[in-house]
Design a binder for this molecule. Structure first.
Ligand SMILES: O=C(CO)COP(=O)(O)O
Length: 126
């Protein structure tokens, strides 16, 4: 079954997300990916084969758009690498995204180690 996966990263974490996605291209290639704008651009550039659609950039409402998709039951997992060391102008939106993912019990990973475990757990093999 194909899932829609949300992939998002703050600027300093985008290389880590791109590296993670590159390591799991085969698994990700079976699913649709939705990303905030800049994250999606980085992933597409690194791996044009991935099926990436984008919403707005996080600070411009993209986190809220992905939160809305979660509330509509459209997102199978959230892979979100936030920057733990830099304040974000849209911090309230970031918190709202994390909260709504918890409300709907969406599988989440907030760092590469946990994202690897989601893959190892077979989530993307469904
Ligand atoms: O800010 C973000 C998540 O909070 C991500 O947005 P971008 O992918 O557009 O940088």
């Amino acid at each position: 079954m194909s899932l829609k996966l949300a992939l998002v990263a703050h600027d300093r974490m985008k290389p880590a997300l791109a590296e993670w996605a590159a390591r799991h291209t085969a698994e990700l290639g079976r699913h649709k990916l939705v990303c905030t704008a800049t994250t999606g651009g980085v992933l597409r550039e690194r791996n044009p084969a991935l099926d990436v659609t984008t919403v707005k950039s996080g600070p411009l409402g993209g986190d809220q758009q992905i939160g809305g998709m979660i509330a509509e039951g459209q997102i199978g997992a959230l892979i979100f690498f936030p920057d733990p060391l830099a304040p974000q102008a849209h911090d309230v939106d970031v918190k709202a995204l994390l909260r709504i993912a918890l409300v709907y019990d969406v599988p989440c990973a907030f760092n590469p180690a946990t994202a690897d475990l989601l893959v190892a757990g077979g989530l993307l093999a469904r």
